[in-house]
Structures are given as structure tokens and as C-alpha cells.
Design a protein around this ligand. Structure first.
Ligand SMILES: Nc1ncnc2c1ncn2[C@@H]1O[C@H](COP(=O)(O)OP(=O)(O)OP(=O)(O)O)[C@@H](O)[C@H]1O
Ligand SMILES: [Mg+2]
Length: 305
């Protein structure tokens, strides 16, 4: 028997009325999307394409004009909604509560008992790296700290499904890595996660599949490996020392005191250049594909729509 999807949107249409004359604006156009049980699905799209609206529909916060929403094959109910954790795009908190008080508040909203909340709050503060700030009021938190608290509140009752709207926004590199690790550890524990992002590398590391939306219409759901392999446009080599060689010099795009960046079109040629550099006393510190950026990817896809 085919496994049930955790979330299933069927033919969702949503129009907003905008401006003085209440003109109709199509935010979601016959959108059908499945989030499979246990998968991490990346949701990509330019600003204003309908990602947050999709999440609001998934959470039953916005009523679609048409279409159907199912959790594990069934219509939504208060009970099924309890299984969902949500990190909003701009999490809103009571700024005069401390981090621990705030999580306690969300735990109570989810109907958790006192002892359960106490244990869970300590676990989560440690997981997101906020133990040191547990007693600090949130108005003294930085943007990144609030984002971490946001993911902690989304996980307060250990939900089956997590919907994360731009989880990486506002985070520094350490915070991003931590957020990635949190998502990966949830995935390992069999949780279902959908998250939106503009950053292709986050999707590459975390997801098996990615859905792309543009102007309220789903462009497709892609296997992430295939999507990225298609889009390598050149290869970048970074070296600390580089031999004086004309063949190599023509690929240099940037040079600073102790780093040289080369960009080579073909993978085989790039490997040949690395070989030459290393055999002539140079030192290569990184070799990575340089990919078409996301906007170009959207542009390419829109031609099919
Ligand atoms: N309450 C609303 N009333 C009217 N229009 C709205 C409303 N909410 C969203 N929209 C419009 O719907 C479109 C989709 O918005 P949405 O917030 O879903 O985009 P998004 O993909 O999340 O964008 P971003 O990447 O900037 O977060 C936008 O054009 C937005 O202006
Ligand atoms: Mg949004």
C-alpha cells in the first residue's frame, strides 16, 4: 500500500483583495503539493511567490478559496494540528518574558504538563544554544537569538511535522550550522519537515526533494541531486600558493595576499589545472562547483510555465 503523505494540498487556490478598489490578486493558483512522511522538503521561490501563504494554508491559518488540505490522509482537526510545529517568518514573542518563561508559555498552549515542560525546556535551550540566556528578557535578545528561540518553540511538544518559514534568516554561520544540525537530527528521528529558503546550499545539504513556486504556481518538485548537477556552470579552485604559469594565469578571477581564486568551465580541465598546480609547488585549499544562482534557476523554469 502506498504510504500516506504527512501533508497533502490538492488544487489550492487563494486570492487576496488588494488596494483601494479591492482588486483580486492570485496568491496561490491550483497548487498541489505533497510532503511525504519522514522527508525534509525544501520550498524555494522568489520574494512574493507564495511560500508563506502556502504555509498558512497548511496550518489552517488562511482559508483557501478552493482545494483541500489533508494531514496523514485525513481532514484537519484540533488534534491533528497539535502534531505540527511552526516557525513563522517573523516570530513574535512577548518581549518582557525570559527565554525559559516564553518556552513555558508555548508548552502550556500545547497542553503540556508542568514536569514535561520543565524537562523539555532545558533540553531545547541546550539544543539551540541558549542556556546562557535562559533568564534574560527577550527584548535583550539579538535577531539571531530570537530565531533560535523560534525553532525551540516550534519543537516544544516534539511535533511530528515541522513547518519552518525561512529558518536560516538572521543567523550567523555558527547559527546556520546549528539550525542545519537541528533539522538533520529531527530528520533522523523520523520527523517530517518542510522549510522555505532562498539559499540553494541549505536545500542541497538538508533535502531530498525541493519544490519551486513562482507567482503562486508550482513549477515542479525536483530531486535535489539532479537539480544541482544540471546547474554546475563552472568549477572554482582556491589556492594559497600558485606556480607562475600562463596556462593557469588565464583562469584567475581574484587574487588577495594569500588566496587565489580560479574559475574553470569544464570539470576535467579544472582537475588538470589542480594537478598542474600541485605538481609545481602550489597548494590547493578548495575545489567546488560554482552553480547558477537561484534567480537564474527561477528564470529558466519560468520559461516552462
Ligand atoms: N494578507 C494579504 N493580503 C493581500 N496580499 C497578500 C497578503 N498576504 C500575502 N499577500 C501577497 O501574496 C503574495 C505572496 O506572498 P507570500 O508572503 O506568500 O510570499 P513569500 O513567497 O513568502 O515571499 P517572501 O520570500 O518575501 O517571504 C505577495 O504578492 C503578497 O503581497
Ligand atoms: Mg514568506
Amino acid at each position: 500500500m502506498e504510504e500516506l503523505s504527512a501533508i497533502c494540498l490538492k488544487d489550492i487556490c487563494k486570492q487576496y483583495r488588494v488596494g483601494f478598489w479591492g482588486r483580486k490578486f492570485v496568491a496561490l493558483d491550483r497548487l498541489s503539493l505533497e510532503v511525504k512522511k519522514g522527508e525534509v522538503l525544501g520550498y524555494l521561490g522568489p520574494n512574493g511567490s507564495g511560500k508563506t501563504t502556502t504555509f498558512k494554508v497548511m496550518l489552517d491559518l488562511v482559508r483557501p478559496d478552493k482545494g483541500q488540505l489533508l494531514y496523514f490522509g485525513e481532514k484537519t482537526s484540533i488534534d491533528s494540528r497539535r502534531k505540527i510545529g511552526f516557525l513563522p517568518e517573523n516570530p513574535y514573542f512577548y518581549m518582557y518574558l525570559t527565554a525559559a518563561e516564553s518556552l513555558d508559555f508555548y508548552g502550556r498552549l500545547k497542553g503540556m504538563g508542568r514536569q514535561e515542560r520543565k524537562t523539555r525546556i532545558e533540553e531545547l535551550l541546550e539544543l539551540v544554544g541558549l542556556q546562557h540566556a535562559r533568564g534574560r528578557t527577550l527584548r535583550k535578545f539579538s535577531r539571531g537569538m530570537l530565531q533560535r528561540l523560534g525553532i525551540a518553540q516550534a519543537m516544544i511538544n516534539d511535533p511530528e511535522i515541522m513547518i519552518l518559514d525561512e529558518p536560516m534568516s538572521g543567523l550567523d554561520p555558527v547559527g546556520r550550522k546549528r539550525m542545519r544540525d537541528i533539522i538533520l537530527s529531527c530528520r533522523k528521528r523520523g520527523k517530517t519537515i518542510i522549510f522555505s529558503s532562498h539559499i540553494l546550499s541549505d536545500v542541497e545539504v538538508l533535502c531530498d526533494r525541493a519544490a519551486i513556486i513562482k507567482k503562486g504556481r508550482l513549477q515542479g518538485v525536483f530531486n535535489v541531486g539532479e537539480m544541482l548537477d544540471d546547474k554546475v556552470e563552472s568549477w572554482e579552485i582556491t589556492c594559497t600558493t600558485i606556480p607562475d604559469d600562463k596556462q593557469i594565469a588565464k583562469y584567475i578571477v581574484h587574487q588577495s595576499n594569500n588566496r587565489t581564486l580560479l574559475r574553470v568551465g569544464e570539470e576535467q580541465e579544472a582537475k588538470r589545472i589542480i594537478f598542474t598546480i600541485e605538481n609545481n609547488g602550489g597548494r590547493v585549499v578548495s575545489f567546488s562547483p560554482h552553480r547558477t544562482n537561484l534567480e537564474e534557476y527561477f528564470k529558466d523554469n519560468s520559461d516552462n510555465s
